[in-house]
Design a protein around this ligand. Sequence first.
Ligand code: IMP
Length: 218
Amino acid sequence: MPMDASKWIDVTTDKNHYSLDHFLIPTHYEKDVSSILIPHGVIMDRVNKLARLIVDEATGPLVVCCILKGGHQYFADLVNAVKKLTNKEGKTVPLSLEFIRVKSYKNDKSEGVTLSISDDECKEFQGKNLLIVEDIIDTGATMVRLLKKLEEFSPKSIKVTSLLIKKTPKSNGYIPDYVGFSIPDEFVVGYALDYNEYFRDLDHICVISDHGKKAYAV
Ligand code: IMP
């Protein structure tokens, strides 16, 4: 079930931007980000809460699917938190881990999603409870196509968590079951979200600057 917006942390206003002076930033990125949107400590606290919600609602073993590459940091921290928690019966949730690289084609010739795992491997999802872990929902197109594809393999249930959801007029309306933060319609980097493979070594989630876009353009 889509998470109610009142349960997300909304960091979409100007007031939510921290100055670069407020926290430590790697010196090699000082000119490449304009503000800090979500400090690393806040991300970690939020991940703990999302883990709590996931464990409370888990009805059995979970196959936790990491959507590569951007989702890997959130996935790693979330799995670490989930495995330490117990449900209302005092039981821990058995986890198995899957890694899926997703490529979507957004031109009108191809509307599919290609997955890095084969159909044969996906058949293993039949009858299982899947938890998809994504870094960010922007338009929602990738997730809608991914879910359509996974449903072909008849899992018992599919839930989705995304650390971020972008407030954008381009949204197709898709809302995950567990959302960390809603963010403004800007390009963000850090905490494994990249711009042309850069900024993965930045812990805070930051807004990229025009300087950064130019410096790392391909
Ligand atoms: P969607 O299909 O438009 O929802 O796009 C989702 C994908 O676009 C994410 O998995 C990211 O890889 C990428 N993406 C969208 N916005 C950002 C951003 O602000 N920073 C980094 N990656 C982004």
